[in-house]
Write a new protein. Structure first.
Length: 294
C-alpha cells in the first residue's frame, strides 16, 4: 500500500506556479489575482477560504477576500459579482459554497463571468468539460486527476466506481475518468444514494472515488485487494482529546481499508490539498489567457 500524498503533490504544483510568478514579475507583468467571496460564518467555509487565501500568498498570487454578513441580499451579492467581473485586475472569482438558504446558488454561479470561473461551476464551463474542450475543471476532480497523473496510476480500461453524484465532485469526476485521455479511459459506474447494490459494485472496482459526506462509509468489505481508493470526504467528528473538540475524517474507514489497497489518499493530507492546488492552477490559467490576449 502506498499513500497518495496530497502534501507532496500539491507542494510540487505550487512550486511550479511560484516559478511562473517569478517569471511574470521579471517581465514586469501582472501576477494572477483571485477574488474569494465568503458569506456568513460557517466554520468549515472559513477554514477553506483561509487556506485558499494563504496559498495565494505563498506562491505570490494576489488575492482579495470579500466577506459578507449571512443576511446579505441576493441582489447585493450579485452586484458584487458584477463588479468583480468588470474589474480587469481580477482574474479568478470563487464563491465559497454553501450559501445561506435565501440565496439561489444557481443564480450566483451563473452570474460569474465564465472566463473568471476558476471553480469551473458555470454551466458553460461544465458543458465544455463534458465534451472535452479546454476549460476550468472543478477544482476537486481536477486535483484528483493531477494526483493520479503524478503517481502514474494506471486508469486505461480500469473500472472506476464513483460514489456520490454532486455537481462539484462526483458527476465531474465520473466524466473526467471516462474521457479518452490519460488519466482517464476508465469504465465508470456513477453511484449514489439510490444505488441498490453498492457493495457489489465497489467490490468490482479497480478505483473507488468516495464523495459522500458520511464518516467511514466505505468499509474494508467493500474494497477488493489492490484497489486504488480516493477519499474526498471531509467530515468533522467529535474528539474530546482535540483542542477544537473535533477531528477530520474522510468517507473511507482508512485504518481498515488501507491494508487492502495499492494506493490510498489520507484525510487530511490528500484530496483537500490537491483541491487548492488545482484552484491555483485554474487561476493561473485564467490570468495567462488575459496575458495572451494583450
Ligand atoms: P453532496 O452532499 O452534494 O453529495 C453527496 C452524494 O453522496 C450525493 O450525490 C448522494 O447521492 C450520495 N450519497 C449519499 N448517501 C449515499 C449512500 N448511502 N450511498 C451512496 N451514495 C450516497 O456532497 P459533496 O459536495 O459531493 O461532498 C461530499 C464529501 O466530500 C463531503 O464530505 C464534502 O465535505 C467533501 N468535499 C471535499 C472536498 C475536498 O477538497 N476534499 C471538496 C468538496 C467536497
Amino acid at each position: 500500500m502506498q499513500i497518495l500524498d496530497g502534501k507532496l503533490v500539491s507542494a510540487a504544483v505550487k512550486a511550479q506556479l511560484a516559478d511562473k510568478v517569478t517569471e511574470l514579475k521579471a517581465l514586469d507583468k501582472k501576477v494572477p489575482h483571485l477574488a474569494a467571496i465568503l458569506v456568513g460564518n460557517n466554520p468549515a467555509s472559513e477554514t477553506y477560504v483561509a487556506s485558499k487565501v494563504k496559498s495565494c500568498a505563498e506562491i505570490g498570487f494576489h488575492s482579495t477576500l470579500l466577506r459578507f454578513d449571512e443576511k446579505i441580499s441576493e441582489k447585493h451579492l450579485l452586484d458584487n459579482i458584477t463588479l468583480l467581473n468588470e474589474n480587469a485586475d481580477i482574474d479568478g472569482i470563487l464563491v465559497q459554497l454553501p450559501l445561506p438558504k435565501h440565496i439561489n446558488e444557481e443564480l450566483v454561479i451563473n452570474a460569474i463571468d465564465p472566463s473568471k470561473d476558476v471553480d469551473g461551476f458555470h454551466p458553460m464551463n461544465v458543458g465544455k468539460m463534458v465534451i472535452g474542450l479546454p476549460t476550468y475543471i472543478p477544482a476537486t476532480p481536477y486535483g484528483i486527476m493531477l494526483m493520479l497523473e503524478h503517481y502514474n496510476i494506471p486508469t486505461k480500461g480500469k473500472h472506476a466506481v464513483v460514489i456520490g453524484r454532486s455537481n462539484i465532485v462526483g458527476t465531474p469526476m465520473s466524466v473526467l475518468l471516462s474521457r479518452n485521455a490519460n488519466p482517464g479511459n476508465c469504465t465508470v459506474t456513477l453511484t449514489h444514494s439510490q444505488t441498490a447494490n453498492l457493495k457489489e459494485l465497489c467490490l468490482q472496482a479497480d478505483i473507488i472515488v468516495a464523495a459522500i459526506g458520511r464518516p467511514n462509509f466505505v468499509t474494508a468489505d467493500m474494497v477488493k485487494e489492490g484497489a486504488v481508493v480516493i477519499d474526498v470526504g471531509i467530515n468533522r467528528i467529535e474528539d474530546a482529546s482535540k483542542k477544537s473538540g473535533f477531528r477530520l475524517v474522510g468517507d473511507v474507514d482508512f485504518n481498515a481499508v488501507a491494508p487492502k489497497t495499492s494506493f490510498i489518499t489520507p484525510v487530511p493530507g490528500g484530496v483537500g490539498l490537491m483541491t487548492i492546488a488545482a484552484l491555483l492552477k485554474n487561476t493561473y490559467n485564467a490570468a495567462s489567457q488575459k496575458v495572451n490576449m494583450n
